[in-house]
Write a protein that binds this ligand. Structure first.
Ligand code: MG
Length: 366
């Protein structure tokens, strides 16, 4: 099997809640996703997607994804998409860094590997653990009582895990965290994600004020060293996300005892190949994960579902169904959450069939 062409589309994904807000007054009103099709000489097409959380979250942005695909894509024409190690080596040789650019291409080739083998990607990633898996709901930054009300409303929809977007002003963040336990029940999970938004003294104040609350602290400060300092001062369970962008960083964090869990985003680490490598390392060394991406629609949600479903349950802190946050669907067969839970599809590959008529004209044709 050989890659014969690569197509890409820009896909705008409006938000159900209208706006998504997080630390340092960042917000997104409309997600700019990039959908990729990798076509082959046997008539199979693989699908991938990458959707940065705007241009100010990670070192990634939508137009950068498209520019990078134009840069890398020609080097992939003629390769066998099932040879994922080789494919990733060629991508790294063609463009240094820029993992998020490589993610949708790698994802599409996993889709092709599954389709050619007649197996779902979850099977290729190790097989399913359980019937389905629990999702978390990200709670956009608002006033404390409004966030608690959102937690209550999403709890009524079946979610049992909640991630509060904090990383704002200290007193307000303490109030945000303290407002939520009253709408939770035993067994629910509450995470306060500062998304790098606190300086060390701010993080120290918040962590001290909520030390009796059953809450996880996620990525309080921008740098790894600042997070490690705060980690050593708080008894709360600790998640690292933005700085855990490679296997090297996970190894370093584990050696330092810097976290109890990581947030594993497929695009942040460069695709399913690298995400699987990190996932398997975490399972081998006892680190739980939130398995997700920086955002996305139906294709990203399917990829998350295959990676999360093939991860042993005790290592799944949570996962996300981004396609339920947005109002636009491009693939009618994408996985959909039921009562706060999701399952990977059983069709070969990622199991998503985007409607090309809904996508319009590709912005890239290689
Ligand atoms: Mg996070």
């Amino acid at each position: 099997m050989r890659i014969t062409s690569i197509r890409a589309w820009g896909v705008e994904l409006p938000l159900r809640e209208g706006r998504y807000s997080w630390s340092n007054d960042n917000f997104v009103d409309l997600f700019d996703s990039t959908v990729v099709a990798v076509d082959t000489d046997v008539g199979l097409t693989g699908w991938g997607e990458v959707c940065p959380l705007g241009p100010a979250y990670l070192p990634a942005y939508a137009n950068g994804a498209r520019a990078g695909i134009r840069e890398i894509g020609p080097a992939l024409i003629g390769l066998d998409p099932r040879e994922l190690g080789r494919l990733n080596a060629v991508m790294d040789q063609t463009l240094k860094g820029h993992p998020y650019v490589k993610s949708p291409l790698d994802m599409a080739c996993w889709d092709l590997l599954g389709k050619s083998a007649g197996l779902p990607v979850a099977t290729l990633l190790g097989g399913r653990h359980g019937e389905d898996f629990a999702l978390y709901r990200a709670i956009s930054q608002e006033a404390p009582e409004a966030m608690a009300a959102r937690v209550g409303a999403y709890r009524a929809e079946g979610y049992r895990k909640f991630q509060l977007k904090v990383g704002g002003e200290v007193e307000a963040d303490i109030a945000r965290i303290k407002a939520c336990p009253k709408v939770l029940e035993p067994g629910d999970i509450l995470v306060a994600d500062a998304n790098t938004g606190w300086t060390m003294h701010e993080a120290a104040r918040v962590c001290d004020a909520v030390r009796e609350v059953d809450v996880y602290i996620e990525q309080p400060c921008a740098s790894y060293d600042a997070c490690l300092t705060i980690r050593r001062r708080t008894p709360r369970p600790f998640v690292l996300d933005e700085v855990m962008d490679s296997l090297d960083m996970v190894v370093r964090g584990l050696a330092d005892g810097a976290m109890d869990a990581i947030n594993l985003k497929i695009g942040k680490v460069g695709g399913l190949t690298r995400a699987r490598q990190i996932r398997d390392f975490c399972v081998s060394t006892g680190l739980a994960m939130t398995i997700e991406d920086s955002w996305g629609g139906d294709i990203v949600t399917a990829a998350i579902a295959h990676l999360a479903h093939s991860t042993p349950e005790e290592f799944r802190l949570s996962a996300t169904d981004f396609n339920s946050y947005v109002t636009r669907s491009i693939a009618p067969d994408a996985p959909r959450r039921i009562a706060g839970r999701l399952a990977a599809g059983s069709a070969p590959g990622l199991g998503v069939s985007p409607d090309v008529d809904l996508l319009g004209e590709p912005v890239i044709r290689l």
